[in-house]
Design a protein around this ligand. Structure first.
Ligand SMILES: [Zn+2]
Length: 267
């Protein structure tokens, strides 16, 4: 329905906000919050240019009203910037336990929001995500059919590094990604799987059809389930950047989606 509405708004002269659905003047919004982009640049600019990154920093969407943009959505962005300072900016160390402290409702609302923004820019998963716009704006009861898994990724030693060489010694987990994921292990029809990665924190967002036995799905997925009724999760990093990429490359559909992404960006 959201997808049809989006197409409809393009063809007609009246445009409606993708969130509140009101026909009001619309503003331009960046996919990634400006606060995150600014923080990512602060960490180490030299990494950002050198490393493979799938950041959609330059992508904008133009179907959000000022009321939503400057109101509830900016509150969510402020929350994620706080999480960045408290958590994401501190790299995960291999096999070292970490405690992730979170507000489940705020985190899920933000993950859905950035996924929905990216989905509209790429015209995929729009329908599945648009069902949750009210929850993104106002919060309330967390949808039971959505689950979040968190995986920590640590830096990998750079195989091309030798003493005295100008290349970096370790490949840090510093990318920002928001993407649709298709895995061969995804046996459940009608399930949407999204990845939102902020540095070493990889959030796998699983949107299942109602009344699904979620245990069937989880067997093939990385990370640890983030309990909705808690605010702390202890976990440790088991995969490095290179292992993550190797797994990704072995997965033909994921590799294809990465190639498509590069083509879309003219690289
Ligand atoms: Zn709005």
């Amino acid at each position: 329905m959201g997808y049809i509405a989006l197409i409809g708004t393009r063809m007609s002269s009246i445009r409606i906000c993708a969130y509140c659905k009101k026909a009001v003047p619309l503003t331009k919004e960046h996919l990634w919050p400006s606060g995150i982009i600014a923080r990512a640049k602060d960490i180490d600019t030299s990494y950002l240019g050198k490393l493979e990154k799938f950041i959609d920093a330059d992508l904008t969407i133009k179907d959000v009203c000022a009321g939503c943009n400057n109101g509830p959505l900016s509150t969510l962005d402020a929350y994620i910037c706080d999480l960045f300072d408290a958590q994401f900016s501190h790299p995960a160390i291999r096999r070292q336990a970490r405690t992730f402290i979170y507000n489940y409702e705020m985190l899920l609302r933000w993950l859905l929001k950035i996924s929905y923004n990216t989905a509209r820019a790429n015209e995929s998963d729009v329908e599945a995500l648009s069902k949750y716009v009210e929850f993104m704006l106002e919060g309330g009861r967390t949808p039971a059919e959505i689950q979040i898994r968190l995986e920590l990724i640590h830096a990998s030693p750079n195989p091309n590094w030798t003493p005295g060489s100008s290349t970096i010694k370790a490949i840090p987990a510093v990318s920002l990604r928001c993407a649709r994921v298709e895995t061969p292990e995804n046996h459940l029809p009608g399930t949407t799987l999204r990845l939102v990665a902020i540095y070493g924190f990889y959030f796998w967002v699983i949107i299942m059809p109602p009344k699904t036995d979620s245990s069937l799905f989880h067997s093939g997925l990385p990370g640890k389930l983030l309990p909705p009724n808690r605010s702390k999760l202890s976990l440790y990093s088991t995969r490095g950047m290179l292992e993550l990429h190797a797994d990704w490359i072995r997965n033909p559909r994921a590799a294809q989606s990465m190639r498509d992404l590069r083509v879309r960006r003219g690289r």
